[in-house]
Design a protein around this ligand. Sequence first.
Ligand code: SF4
Length: 454
Amino acid sequence: MFTTFLSELDQSTPRYTSYPPATYFNKDITSQHYIDWIQEIEGDLSLYVHIPFCQALCWFCGCHTKVPGNYEAATDYLTSLYKEIEIVADLVPATCCITHLHFGGGTPTFLKSSDLEMLFKNLFQNFQMTKEVTIDMEIDPRTVKEDLVCLIGELGVNRVSLGVQDFDPKVQEAIGRIQPFELVEDTLYRLRQKGIVHVNLDMMYGLPLQTEKSIEENVKKVLKLAPDRCAFFGYGHVPWMKPHQKKLEIYQLPDSLERYKQFSRAKYLFNASGYESIGIDHFALPGDSLLLAAKSKRMKRNFQGYTSDQANAVIGLGASAVTQVPKGYLQNNSVTKAYKEALNVQKTLPIGRGFAFSNEDKIRGEIISHLMCFFEADLSDICGTPRLAQEYMKGAYQTLHLYEREGLVTIKDLKITICEEARYLTRLIAKSFDDFSPHTKRIDKDIKIKRAKG
Ligand code: SF4
């Protein structure tokens, strides 16, 4: 039975970095929604800035990025990004402060140091940042030159996330990302020399040619580098969305059972070496801010994954970036050309699609988020009343009951707890509350009917 669940998990189970998953966003959401919704936000905010360029495409990549023919594409993109920053900053209520600034991509370090400096200047001039603003940046060790390392330190970046995925040269060749261990070691050394001590390494399992043994070697190398945090993601093969991933199909991809074994091996080794598990795929040393947030039940999940950030809203800037406010999601155009045209020709915000929350969506999102972050969800607490909690439980009970019978979860007084041994299946268990998954019974039947017609 467990193997059936494993293959179900790998077939079409969302990662739940949003609820609903972005595949259910729709084009009814426009720039007017953005203007209306953003003016209602209050308190602390988080900013996400997307740089959609890379020097070369990795065959496993699932991000919104491209390899431009020349650097002018980036200069051109930045001109539009500065326009967006100005418009959005004008709309944000004056009482809101930025507590968290995250640079992702693509590759933020694709930018020349002068451009990265200008981007920082622009953001700090337009938005009100708190003194203790946390600044995270994703870094590709293959592209971060000495001048950028110095600049990143000077700009006050607190945490860097290094993309690695695998250290084995054979796997690196298969996935189109050649990056020797020494290069990562040297990059880390230089960053630490500049005072950037909070480091995350992004690793992956489920890639071609990976085995339990090779994963073990990878973890040993990670331990040698001693980052304070490591994300160990499962590779998601979605060639219908990312056609370049077809290049990996000349190899046999590890099956669901093999993926489970690879992750379990990594988890065992991390835990045995003093790294504690966070959520479904992170490990960290004691004292790490995300680990502390997880332990005190303050951790959240958003489009960047797990976060200790407590902001009330995330504003996404750049092509494909997602803004999350209490009323819903708004995603910028993913196609860079359309993103630029909206800002420069149509003189409007570059919203491509989004989603307006109903109350029920918010409750379902909260239940799923609790399960993904803490492996438990107390429905009475989340729903507000026992009667409503009963309704949500009833809707999910068909699958939950099966998981309970198989010993994957316990259910007591409307509280669901995922058992330690079943945590690898958390996404599948959380899916019981996903109204966009076919089996779930919606509470608000009117909304279900409207959606079915739409
Ligand atoms: S460097 Fe990162 S964003 Fe760019 S293609 Fe590789 S995995 Fe994707």
